[in-house]
Each structure stands twice: as structure tokens, then as C-alpha cells.
Design a protein around this ligand. Structure first.
Ligand code: PLP
Length: 397
């Protein structure tokens, strides 16, 4: 065992008893390379992060330039820092009128924490509504609105006054009421098993929130930044949230998150008392510079369109009686198989052949298909052939 591997197992806090444990040498484009000289195609993009592929040269350049100019200088929100301002301006240019003000944080879960606090303070209400099988992160607030008991139970009590509704079900929408501060949801549930909201139902959620004065929060931490074929998934639906959360691919491989809302709603963070929601590192200048470079590439190279081409190719090649369904939009797709054992075999066979696939958190029969949006077509075709071969050779039991 290499000394790094020994240190990993002896000193890095573990999150399961079965980490993948590949030792990374370097990563470029759709591939990463391990210290034993193997190359893997990253078909999950570091869980929906590396949409531009690994170490995109324009992002690397932006990181190097900004690190040489300055790194951390002051807690968030006090000094004017060019990378943050440029990023906010570019993001705002792509967002509707009511999402023109942006608060930068460090991660997805922090974006959701901030959004929940903002909704409570802006409305003066306390009730939170969320959905079964959602995933919003692992801090206490985000976990409180995550809809899966097995992850929540060890940490109870969590936030009080959270009501869970079934996704895509109309009959419970009346539980969104005049006590409700906000409804938090993923327009396409990611960890729940890549489940898109029905278009009419999402409109009904929007209408119910507007009718009772509850704020609608879209967690687009996984579905954002072009992955679904639009810059944000809400753009497919023509349903605009009151607060939009993003992270993961936002930083082009660097850690950064954000939540966007209106001037009016964000007033709540300025007063009573001032500084009631602050962060030291939120919108770190190096991450912000990386995010600006990344978003510039996404827009210039029209990567949402590439996500659509990827979807077409995946749906074309991954056809088999052993597959129950391909679900999702753009390059946020899931391959629903028919048993856990079959799923495990397919993932393991692909891994041996140099293709990294994975599960979503709440499902053990769904394989996540989320390649970098920049994956060259020949690499995509080869990878899909490896996957379909593995499926054909591994029928359900
Ligand atoms: N929200 C969604 C929809 C996610 O998929 C994730 C992470 O997978 C999070 C929130 C949490 O983000 P982070 O891990 O950056 O805290």
C-alpha cells in the first residue's frame, strides 16, 4: 500500500466502510488517472461538479491569476472584490428580474441554509415545507428539510415545523398554507433517483406558494449550470422561484455556492440586527474567479446544448430489456435497473473497464449518468458501449 493510501485509511475521517479508494494522480477533461497508471472516464463528474471536464485550462488560468493577485482579504460582504462582482454581474445577466441579487457561500448545503434563514426572516413565518426523497445537504438546517428518515433519525431533533409532501402529488399542496415561510425543492430530484417534476404540478406548487405568500426555493445545486439542457432546470418549466440555490458546477471545480433572490427579500439580511447572516470565506476570490471563467465558457460554448446532445446519444445507445427506464433531462440522467445485485454488477464491471459510474444516495437500483458536458462525442460513444455491454452481460436475477 502506498504511504498516501495508508494515511487515507489511518487518518482521514471515513464516511463509509467501503470508500472507492482510487488514488488520483491527475485529471484532465473527461478522464482522471490513478497512481497505478490507469485511466478512468468520469461519468459522474465528481457528482455533477466537473461539467467543463477536469482542470479546464481557462479555469486553471483564472485560479492562477487570482491567487497571484490576492486570496482572502476580508470576511464576505465588506470589501469590493472584482471576482465576486464580475461573477454576480454575469450570473444576474442570465437570471430573471426577481433573482438579481446574489449571496455567495462555500457549498450547496450553505446555500440552502442561507435560503431557509432568508425565507424565515423575510416572511416572519416559521413553517418549512419540503419533499420526500429530497436531498438538500448535511448541515442541521439542510438535513431538516431532507426527505429521508434513515439519514435524519440519528440526528433528531432537527428543526421543528417541517412538513414533508410527496413529490409530483397534487393532493397535499393544501398543506402549504399562510403559516408557511417557504417550500424548498429540487425541480429535478437528484439523490432521490433523478426524478423530474411534472410541468403542470410544478406550476401548481408555484401558484399555491404565491396564493398563500410562501416563498418558493429551488435547490438547483445539482441541476444548475447547464447540466439539464438549460442554464437552470427552472428554465425548462417557465416556473421562477423566489430564491434560487446553486453550487457544485458553479465553481468549475472550486468550492463556491450561492443563493439568488430579489432586492426586496434580501433586505431582511441587512437589518434587525445588521450582520445577521455572515460568512468568512463565502465567495472566496479564487473560487469566484474560477466560477466566472467557468460560467463564461458554459455560455460561450453553449454547453446546455451539448447536454441535450448527450441525452440523445444516451437514450439512443442505452436500450435493453434489462433497463427499466432512462430518466432525467440533458446530462442529468439516471439508468433505472431492476435489482440491487444487477446494479452492483454493472457498476463493478464498468469500473474494471475504466468507467466510473455510481448510485444516487436514496436509490440502490439507479445508476447516475452525469458526464462532463464537454465530453468528446467519440469518448461518449465508447463509454456508452462499455455500459450497454455490461448491462447486456448482467441481466437482473
Ligand atoms: N442540494 C442538492 C440537490 C445536492 O445534490 C447536494 C449535494 O449533492 C447538496 C444540496 C449539498 O451540496 P454540498 O455537498 O455542496 O453541501
Amino acid at each position: 500500500m502506498s504511504s498516501h493510501k495508508t494515511a487515507f485509511f489511518n487518518h482521514i475521517a471515513q464516511t463509509s466502510d467501503a470508500p472507492i479508494g482510487l488514488e488520483i494522480e491527475y485529471a484532465r477533461g473527461p478522464f482522471f488517472y490513478t497512481t497505478d497508471g490507469k485511466r478512468y472516464t468520469d461519468f459522474i463528474s465528481g457528482i455533477a461538479v466537473s461539467s467543463l471536464g477536469h482542470s479546464h485550462p481557462e479555469v486553471v488560468q483564472a485560479v492562477q491569476d487570482q491567487a497571484a493577485k490576492h486570496m482572502h482579504v476580508m470576511v464576505y460582504g465588506e470589501f469590493i472584490q472584482k471576482p465576486q462582482s464580475e461573477l454576480a454581474q454575469l450570473l444576474a445577466s442570465q437570471l430573471p428580474d426577481n433573482l438579481q441579487r446574489i449571496y455567495f457561500v462555500n457549498s450547496g448545503t450553505e446555500a440552502n441554509e442561507g435560503a431557509l434563514k432568508l425565507a424565515k426572516k423575510a416572511t416572519g413565518r416559521r413553517k418549512l415545507v419540503a419533499f420526500r426523497d429530497s436531498y438538500h445537504g448535511d448541515t442541521h438546517g439542510a438535513l431538516s428539510v431532507t426527505g429521508r428518515d434513515v439519514y435524519r433519525d440519528p440526528y433528531l431533533p432537527l428543526l421543528p415545523d417541517v412538513t414533508f409532501l410527496s413529490f409530483n402529488a397534487y393532493d397535499e399542496l393544501n398543506l402549504i398554507d399562510t403559516q408557511t415561510a417557504c417550500v424548498i425543492m429540487e425541480p429535478i430530484q437528484g439523490e432521490g433517483g433523478i426524478i423530474p417534476a411534472d410541468a403542470d404540478w410544478l406550476k401548481a406548487v408555484r401558484k399555491r406558494c404565491s396564493d398563500v405568500g410562501a416563498l418558493l426555493i429551488f435547490d438547483e445545486i445539482q441541476s444548475g449550470m447547464g447540466r439539464t439542457g438549460e442554464l437552470f432546470a427552472f428554465m425548462h418549466y417557465n416556473v421562477v422561484p423566489d430564491i434560487l440555490c446553486m453550487a457544485k458546477a458553479l465553481g468549475g471545480g472550486m468550492p463556491i455556492g450561492a443563493f439568488a433572490s430579489s432586492d426586496h427579500i434580501f433586505e431582511a439580511f441587512k437589518y434587525n440586527p445588521p450582520l445577521n447572516h455572515v460568512t468568512t470565506f463565502g465567495g472566496h476570490p479564487v473560487s469566484a474567479a474560477a466560477a466566472h471563467a467557468s460560467l463564461s465558457v458554459i455560455l460561450r460554448d453553449n454547453l446546455p446544448e451539448r447536454a441535450k446532445l448527450i441525452e440523445n446519444e444516451v437514450r439512443e445507445v442505452l436500450k435493453s430489456d434489462h433497463i427499466a427506464e432512462i430518466r432525467g433531462k440533458g446530462a442529468m440522467l439516471g439508468m433505472q435497473l431492476k435489482s440491487y445485485e444487477q446494479t452492483e454488477r454493472v457498476v463493478n464491471v464498468c469500473m474494471r473497464k475504466g468507467v466510473l459510474l455510481g448510485w444516487t444516495l436514496h436509490s440502490n437500483t439507479l445508476i447516475r449518468l452525469a458526464p462532463p458536458l464537454t465530453i468528446p462525442m467519440d469518448v461518449l460513444k465508447d463509454t456508452l458501449h462499455t455500459i450497454i455491454q455490461a448491462v447486456e452481460e448482467n441481466p437482473p436475477d
